[in-house]
Design a protein around this ligand. Structure first.
Ligand code: IDP
Ligand code: MG
Length: 151
């Protein structure tokens, strides 16, 4: 099923010049970039985006981190986009993420884990709404899409 997922190149990825690498990996995997913007997340948006983590011991640090620099927010589209992104980004703690994943190749620290990807279709819909207006999101297909994504 065609899905959309929200991806963030987080402040550490932007600071380290890894935004292009993240985009490249998702493009070559076969997902389609449907929306992209740089945005400086404020405390309110951070709290809404990470509402599931309010009250956890790392929450304050997480808000500080995600608001510390601009992020590159993206919508990626394609078959099973949510799980394809999750497997491409790797486990939450980069120290435990498989090599070959974004986190497993570029990180070691759970507080600086480079990327966000929605964890379910339901979260994806909510998160995309937080960051993008519908008219900012473009659905499109490649001439040879069927060879790439089967769509
Ligand atoms: P996910 O990003 O892999 O979906 P979540 O459990 O949803 O992981 O956590 C959201 C974000 O909160 C993580 O990506 C990471 O930036 C931060 N985080 C999660 N657990 C910890 C922790 O134990 N210490 C510090 N930061 C954490
Ligand atoms: Mg999550």
């Amino acid at each position: 099923m065609t899905e959309r997922t929200l991806v963030l190149a987080k402040p550490d990825a932007v600071a380290r010049g890894l935004t292009g690498e993240i985009i490249k990996r998702l493009e070559t995997r076969g997902l389609r970039l449907a929306a992209l913007k740089m945005i400086w997340i404020d405390e309110e948006l951070a709290t809404r985006h990470y509402s599931a983590h309010v009250g956890k011991p790392f929450f304050e640090g997480l808000v500080q981190y995600i608001t510390s620099l601009p992020v590159v927010a993206m919508v990626w589209e394609g078959p099973s986009a949510v799980s394809v992104m999750r497997t491409t980004m790797g486990a939450t703690n980069p120290a435990q993420a498989q090599p070959g994943t974004i986190r497993g190749d570029f990180g070691m620290d759970i507080s600086n884990n480079l990327v966000h990807g929605s964890d379910s279709l339901e979260s994806a819909e909510k998160e995309i709404e937080l960051f993008f207006r519908e008219e900012e999101i473009f659905s499109w297909k490649r001439p040879h899409e069927t060879y790439i994504s089967g769509e």
